[in-house]
Ligand binder design. Structure first.
Ligand SMILES: Nc1ncnc2c1ncn2[C@@H]1O[C@H](COP(=O)(O)OP(=O)(O)OP(=O)(O)O)[C@@H](O)[C@H]1O
Ligand SMILES: [Mg+2]
Length: 162
């Protein structure tokens, strides 16, 4: 019997949180947003996080993406343990390995849709693969809106730009 490639790919872990806790604030206003969460996100799969409003979904994603600090536990992206990284390397890892669509899309209001799309590459000083960018834009149905600013886009269009 041959080994199925999908089986071996599915076992690789893209990101992992172990015993992760995140506490906001102190004393009476303290909020335990994550309470010892352990979860694997595997390569080549979609993972949905579901739960009531305020249960910590966004907090978990922010911590696993290296966008926010956590109180205890650990987070790994691939083989890299985030707590070992200095700010500069964390920034590089986020830029190279992580795409993030925020709940509030966080587009830059003064930039056009196109400029928002290429912003991470522009900051990194890299040239975008024009064909690939065009393919993604076509796939998302944004080609007629590239010169518009975020306030001139619908919610769905802003989401797809993000
Ligand atoms: N900066 C903050 N300071 C204090 N408490 C916070 C902060 N951000 C989030 N919280 C609290 O942490 C808890 C988890 O918030 P989070 O945004 O992760 O929830 P969520 O599951 O994404 O909710 P929703 O479905 O409404 O987006 C909530 O009780 C929230 O009020
Ligand atoms: Mg949320």
């Amino acid at each position: 019997m041959t080994t199925s490639p999908t089986v071996s790919r599915a076992t690789a872990v893209a990101a992992r949180a172990t015993d992760l806790s995140k506490v906001y604030g102190h004393g009476e206003t303290q909020v335990v947003a994550l309470d010892h969460v352990t979860v694997d996100f595997r390569q080549g799969e979609f993972t949905a996080i579901m739960g009531p409003s305020g249960s910590g979904k966004s907090t978990l994603m922010h911590c696993v993406a290296g966008l926010d600090s956590f109180s205890s536990g650990s987070v790994r992206i691939g083989e890299t343990e985030l707590s070992t990284l200095k700010d500069k390397h964390l920034t590089q890892l986020r830029r190279d390995k992580i795409g993030f669509i925020f709940q509030a899309f966080n587009l830059l209001p003064t930039l056009t849709a196109m400029e928002n799309i290429t912003l991470p590459m522009d900051i990194a000083g890299r040239k975008a693969d024009k064909q690939w960018v065009q393919q993604v834009i076509d796939m998302l149905g944004l080609s007629g809106r590239l010169g518009h600013r975020p306030t001139e886009l619908s919610g769905g269009q802003q989401q797809r730009v993000a």
